[in-house]
Design a protein around this ligand. Structure first.
Ligand code: APR
Length: 313
């Protein structure tokens, strides 16, 4: 049996394809692109294209397409994008009825075949889908996370970099809370290389940038007719690398809260240290009264969807 790492990508669509591309180029391990039976050939074709890409770009990992969970067996990392993306005019929460049975099917497959994996959920509505995945599998909470904060923070960073005219590499932004339009940008943790952004940007412009960040996903859905995939895939790969290489990066992550920030039994975006054990630490920032209020509102929206999920059997 190969001792290479194995990365199972559940959903071989737009994000799944880009995840496979990045995982292969970074040679994180062998890649399995899993999709529903009707899409087996599509997944196989994408896998073959990506394997051939290695001959040009100079990487060599096995990439396979499948609809058989057995091929995912023993995966070290699973990234879940199974489900439908948003269409213009839809909110992430509108997807719950369609994506809930899908996440349950994926959870059952993962439970049977990949019990030791570190799982990163991307399917929307994110915070509720990752909650349901963990609840249904019973996997250790530190091994099941949701990807949202890295992406939301990246969007915020881009807008801040463009506004200041400074290099995006020096912008450090932090967006917490649920992956919805009431997400919480934390200005005290948002700087250009340590210098508070308020030194460079007026309150009025910052408010406009925060408003744009909150609907940053929707802006792309409106333009493309479907949701973003390059930045979401890169964000999840950064989380996967932190786990695989025990990098202990501090990344905003949808993690299970058991009292942190005053919340219990909920997945929501918070700063997390991801290392070889998964979620190794949840960092509790000192939030301002206004930020606490925003987090409360965001947590209430997430709880509303989770309640719907819990009621549906
Ligand atoms: N198991 C595996 N794959 C599935 C299942 C299932 N039970 N049900 C659907 N899929 C597959 C679809 O066949 C499709 O190929 O998931 C894939 C999703 O791909 P896209 O439609 O291209 O969607 P994508 O843009 O990748 O977004 C996926 O991530 O950001 C979220 O809101 C987005 O929930 C959506 C998800």
């Amino acid at each position: 049996m190969s001792t290479r790492k194995k990365i199972a990508l559940i959903g071989a669509g737009n994000i799944g394809g880009e995840l496979a591309n990045l995982a292969a180029q970074k040679e994180l391990g062998d890649v399995v692109l899993f999709d529903i039976p009707a899409k087996t050939d599509f997944a196989k074709g994408k896998a073959l294209d990506l394997e051939q890409n290695g001959a040009v770009l100079g990487y060599d990992v096995a990439i396979t397409g499948t609809s058989d969970w057995k091929d995912c067996a023993g995966a070290d990392v699973i990234v879940v994008t199974a489900g439908v993306p948003r269409k213009p005019g839809q909110s992430r929460d509108d997807l719950v009825a369609i994506n809930l049975p899908i996440i349950r099917a994926v959870a059952d497959g993962a439970k049977e075949h990949c019990p030791n994996a570190f799982v990163i959920v991307i399917s929307n509505p994110l915070d509720a889908m990752v909650y349901e995945f963990q609840r249904r599998t019973g996997f250790p909470k530190e091994k099941v996370v949701g990807m949202a904060g890295v992406l939301d923070s990246a969007r915020f960073s881009l807008f801040l970099a463009r506004e200041t005219g400074m290099n995006i590499k020096d912008v450090r932004a932090m967006v917490l809370g649920g992956h919805g339009d009431d997400m919480v940008p934390v200005l005290s943790a948002t700087t250009v290389n340590g210098v508070p952004v308020s030194e460079f940007i007026s309150k009025e412009r910052l408010d406009a940038i925060i408003a744009r960040t909150r609907v940053g996903g929707g802006e792309i859905v409106k333009l493309m007719g479907t949701s973003a995939y390059y930045a979401p895939a890169s964000a999840a790969i950064a989380m996967a690398e932190s786990y695989l290489f025990d990098q202990k990066r501090l990344l905003p992550t949808a993690a299970y809260l058991d009292g942190q920030y005053g919340y219990k039994d909920i997945y929501i975006g918070v700063p997390v240290v991801i290392g070889g054990k998964g979620v190794e630490k949840i960092i509790e920032l000192k939030l301002t009264a206004e930020e606490q209020e925003m987090l409360k509102k965001s947590a209430a929206s997430v709880q509303g969807i989770v309640d719907v999920v819990k009621k549906s059997v």
